[in-house]
Write a protein that binds this ligand. Structure first.
Ligand SMILES: *Cc1c(COP(=O)(O)O)cnc(C)c1O
Length: 481
């Protein structure tokens, strides 16, 4: 019985050829259709196998019978009944094709922009889930019964953590910079050092964002060196602000000079011009305690006298995608009145995620923030984790396993030159190319992203979650060159 039905499962090519004669899969590429057919056939095979108990007898539960009618039909009915089930299944798979799903990040890049940057802490995610299904006082003042502000919920926490008079949260840091330009610098001049005209993640370029916000860029200094007098000489009647951009994702080393925020602030005060700082991946914590290079924190930057400081929510802060602007109340009030703020405003779920994350900073529970937890893994811990994975993989045919020294990166355009020592589990295919192995890992049910180093695929435990180890081991067990 078992063999007869399993043997009746059609080969992938045959199903694809049949589908091509119908319009069932119109609009999908062949690669997607092949993927969906494979998945549906795998599912059918599993259903047929699972339906047998250990003695090879069929289990006849009513539930499976109803859902998988092909299981219990007569052999002569199998082909039409199964085909109907299969086509429905393939269409369902195609609908899910390409949609957002879990991947395993074995690259060691903590803030991997392509993989969604910071992971939320489970407690913060639980707060999001809770707020998602209930009504809330999002924009309601419970004392007066009047309309309140969604920003009030977060302003107090941000004030406590940063010392800021006022704050505003928008969609992301790009939106924050755009909003600042559009509020204070339309048709006016914004002075920026030539060393700070950065591009972030392909689509965010400081000169373009200034232009989009309606501001005129005035470049000063040289790529490697900008002095205070360069700013001074550029100030004129049309100057709206001095903008300092944190060169998050690259470093100029060697013959280099930039003007620190506090010096710009002195100049700005003399001329009555605000100093705005785009910190990029702003951090509340001093990274040097985690083996990272020392960089000014959000609080330091504010203390230096900047009028406004903006930074991302999902970089080193470890929260959801958001752009946080803190600073002088008078200026924040102007931002709040801009009509663009309505278009750039954050969703309540983002606010919940951000509040949930900031609570860890309030309570000093930094280890509960996944980004900082991953940053704080010691080389010893990582060695143990790499060894654990290598033990799980030991003896798999066709693969050579080795634990070795390596380096992880922070990612997300933060600390580009930082070196985080780690240990990786390197897996080298004995015959096939390492490129095939990497792509095989990427195309499993749970895609696994790993780096290629020379002729091996390497798994960095720094960014692995406890449940990832088994998935990696299972997938590699399927590797059959
Ligand atoms: C990352 C970054 C941005 C963009 O922030 P998003 O939150 O991704 O919009 C802007 N400026 C700098 C300096 C950055 O590093």
């Amino acid at each position: 019985m078992r063999n007869s039905k399993l043997r009746l499962l059609p080969p992938v090519n045959e199903v694809i050829a049949e589908l091509a004669k119908t319009d069932a899969c119109n609009g999908y590429e062949l690669s997607a259709i092949t993927w969906a057919v494979r998945k549906a056939l795998e599912k059918a095979r599993k259903i047929l196998l699972d339906d047998l108990n250990q003695d090879g007898e069929e289990l006849n539960s009513g539930k499976t019978k109803k859902l998988q009618n092909f299981l219990h039909c007569q052999p002569e009915e199998f082909v039409p009944v199964f085909r109907a089930w299969l086509y429905k299944e393939i269409r369902a798979e195609l609908r899910g094709y390409g949609s957002m799903k879990r991947v395993i990040n074995a690259t060691g890049v903590i803030l991997h922009t392509n993989c969604g940057r910071a992971l939320l802490a489970p407690e913060a995610a639980a707060y999001v889930a809770e707020q998602a299904v209930v009504y809330s006082n999002l924009e309601l003042n419970l004392e007066t019964g009047n309309r309140g502000s969604r920003y009030s919920h977060i302003e107090e926490i941000l004030a406590e953590l940063t010392g800021a008079e006022a704050s505003l949260v928008v969609n992301n840091n790009a939106a924050a910079v755009l909003l600042i330009m559009n509020t204070f610098a339309v048709h006016k001049e914004v002075i920026v050092s030539r060393g700070e005209l950065v591009e972030v993640g392909g689509s965010f370029r400081i000169p373009e964002v200034l232009k989009a916000g309606g501001a005129k860029l005035v470049e000063v200094g040289a790529t490697n060196k900008t002095w205070l007098k360069d700013y001074q000489e550029a100030i004129g009647p049309e100057t709206a602000m001095l903008l300092k951009v944190h060169t998050s994702n690259y470093r100029i080393q060697g013959f280099q000079h930039e003007v620190p925020v506090d010096e710009l602030v002195v100049l700005g005060k003399e001329s009555g011009i605000p100093v705005v700082v785009d910190l990029g991946s702003g951090s509340f914590l001093d990274g040097s305690e985690y083996g990272l290079p020392q960089e000014p924190t959000v609080q330091d930057t504010l203390k230096s006298g900047a009028s406004l400081v903006s930074f991302s929510g999902d970089k080193l802060l470890g929260g959801p995608q958001a752009g946080i602007i803190i600073g002088k109340k008078e200026l924040i009030d102007c931002l709040k009145k801009n009509q663009l703020t309505r278009a750039l405003r954050v969703d309540k779920l983002v606010l919940a995620a951000l509040i949930g994350t900031l609570r860890f900073y309030q309570r000093g529970e930094i280890g509960k923030i996944p980004v900082w937890n991953m940053l704080s893994h010691t080389k010893d811990d990582l060695r143990k984790d790499a060894l654990k994975l290598s033990e799980m993989l030991a003896g798999l045919p066709g693969l050579e396993i080795q634990v070795m020294d390596a380096e992880s990166c922070v990612g997300g355009g933060a600390f580009p030159t930082a070196v985080l020592p780690t240990y990786v589990c390197a897996v080298k295919p004995k015959q096939n190319s390492v490129v095939d192995l990497e792509s095989f890992l990427r195309q499993g049910d749970v895609p696994i992203l790993a780096r290629i180093v020379k002729d091996a695929v390497v798994f960095d435990p720094r960014t692995l979650l406890p449940e990832d180890y088994q998935v990696i081991a299972d997938r590699l067990r399927e590797w059959n060159p």
